[in-house]
Write a protein that binds this ligand. Sequence first.
Ligand code: NAG
Ligand code: NAG
Ligand code: NAG
Length: 459
Amino acid sequence: MLGTMVSLAVCLALYARMTTALPTISAVGSKFFTSDGNQFFIKGIAYQLVANDPLIDTKQCQLDATLMKELGANAIRVYHVDPLADHTGCMQVFADAGIYLFVDMDSFQTYIKLDVIAWNQNKSDSFKQVMDEFQKYDNTAGFFVGNEVLNGLSDSPAAPYLLAAAADLKAYRDAKGYRPIPIGYSATDSAPLGSLLQDYLACRSNVSERLDFFSLNSYEWCGSQTSYATSGYMALQHSFEDYPAPIFFSETGCNTVPPRDFSDQTAIFGANMSGTWSGAIIYEWIQEMNHYGLISYGPFASNALQQGTTVIDGYPRQGTPTPVTPDFSNLKAQWATISPTGVALSAYSGTSVTPRPCPPSTAGGWAVDASLPLPTIGQVETPAASSAASAPSPTGPRPAGTAPSSSAADAVGSGSATSTTASGSAAQFEHNVLVFNEGSVAGCLVALLTIGLAVLVLL
Ligand SMILES: *[C@@H]1O[C@H](CO)[C@@H](O)[C@H](O)[C@H]1NC(C)=O
Ligand SMILES: *[C@@H]1O[C@H](CO)[C@@H](O)[C@H](O)[C@H]1NC(C)=O
Ligand SMILES: *[C@@H]1O[C@H](CO)[C@@H](O)[C@H](O)[C@H]1NC(C)=O
């Protein structure tokens, strides 16, 4: 009996250790904070190994989370998930590695697109499904309502629909009693749009109709000869100073001037920018056709090779991750020198932020009247008002010379469903944590059964 009690105590302690949760993240004023009162800065990685959902293969998540921890990452961004799948295993291994999730709520079927600009019940319901699923996990740090929907001034009629989506999902989150997981948007770094979109999305006096965060996919800093002043970051800093919500780079890591040395990280986390910005997400984890990968799962075969979800466009999609040289070690070295502390929540007045001025509506320019109410569910914009030609194409290739984005990750096809060739290296991996967890669960069951029997005997 004593032995059983001891093993029960041990197994409860193990269980407590296994489920130790990370502090949750929320947005206060212009910054992110952890629930234990520290400012949170993102060192993130874009993670989309396969088109539909990279968060359902626990063994793969474990392999990647372990190496991401070594890299110094504390967050991932995932562009597409299946809200009906089980994400418990992946979310736990990322949590155990100290890694948070920023997840896009839109799917290939439901993203707000420029040919028929709308916010409708179907989109709303499907975004809500993603929120319902991922709010369960303490390490979910944020939700996106869209990625690179607007690319130029003629796309401005879509802006109210993005804001309507954010307001709808914020209201739903609060009505359901979910914790205030921040809801934001991931924008194209577009010179013609300048600061118009970011200002519009944070200009209303009613905070229920403002984003909780704004983020930018920016590839302005290319190569080691670039500097704060020559990269365009100085101009970005100027444009975002005193923004009333957290902002960060939701994609960065230009690769047009190799090798990538990620020297922009010292600027983002340095004295000029870290009072305004909350960090960066590096594009991207897996090596694929666009050559932005930090790791690969094996040698490239040929573009034509497709094996289900195992090999897409000739690039293996699973297995033991091997660092891409020198990108991985360069990023690791940069992040190792960076440990911003920012400001403590107790010393910060989040109420001191002020909304941006709403950009005026101009014919042929920013054609949005911010004094109008937001679109209601089911409202559709007249197609003539927007330029479908410049719509981002989540399934198509990026135009040459432009930065990658989710479209690159999105481009992975589903291939044939008949793949049988599992990666050999994955099979060899000793997933110690999983073995350990299964072992301790079994131990708990034995202990509980023994106690149950003892109680029966006593009765
Ligand atoms: C939205 O519509 C698509 C296709 O029209 C459908 O597959 C999907 O199930 C719908 N989603 C919801 C949540 O109703
Ligand atoms: C603020 O916006 C929300 C969402 O659109 C709306 O329901 C609410 O009535 C607004 N509050 C005020 C005071 O206008
Ligand atoms: C901060 O800005 C100054 C110019 O205003 C620049 O010389 C310096 O390199 C910047 N620091 C970093 C870390 O980018």
